[in-house]
Design a protein around this ligand. Sequence first.
Ligand code: AP5
Length: 217
Amino acid sequence: MNIVLFGPPGSGKGTQAARLKDRFALAHVSTGDLLRAAVAAGTELGRKVQGILASGELVSDDIVLELIREAVVETEADPSLHGWMLDGYPRTMGQSRALDGLLREQGGCIDAVVVLEVDREAVIERLSARRTCTECKAVYNLKGNPPRQEGKCDHCGGKVIQRSDDEPATISNRLDVYEAQTRPILEYYEAGKVPIHRVDGGRPVDEVTSAIEDALR
Ligand code: AP5
């Protein structure tokens, strides 16, 4: 089963993917996590994209396609996985078409697009309070789900920090970029008859997970 998790920044894509990946034996492929890992490792790619991430603009389609290609090929080669769940990809019409091209090459398809719908105010509130573990990528929220010990991950003891793009001005820009470049992709999938499941992502985390599980079953 191959799934695209879709929704604005802060709609809960990463939170839900972390819960669903084991239940459905899917690889969780987050282009945001892959890019941040490159920045943290100080690779050439990381140096190239660091400023773009911090501004809330999008990295070029070519760069992210290479990351996705590697992840999809790795997933296909792993017999313990039943598919993948893309989080944060595709984000432009060009990326949607590139993904279709890749799937034609690999012989796969998208089985469902799950759209997490959350209004702008709620997303701004969530992202302002989000904290992330630098090691295992666990996601926290200072208002609803803080780490037990300030600044320290409950799961691995890693350092828990605020992402560089979770500053108010950058959050606002990311939401504008989403509306202008990413939301229109849904029409492309509708026209291509890919099943789209719209889920109210404004509900508590467990309820959102159950709604996605119901939709995927
Ligand atoms: P990326 O990392 O993909 O960020 P994003 O799409 O902006 O999404 P977020 O990670 O911010 O939010 P999320 O939906 O995963 O929410 P989360 O679960 O954390 O991309 C970052 C940057 O990388 C981009 O801006 C761009 O520069 C670049 N990039 C990435 N992919 C790219 C691509 N394909 N092309 C070009 N550039 C690309 O939840 C948020 C908060 O809410 C957390 O605190 C969480 O605890 C809380 N929360 C979650 N669910 C709930 C709930 N139901 N109720 C209450 N609180 C909740």
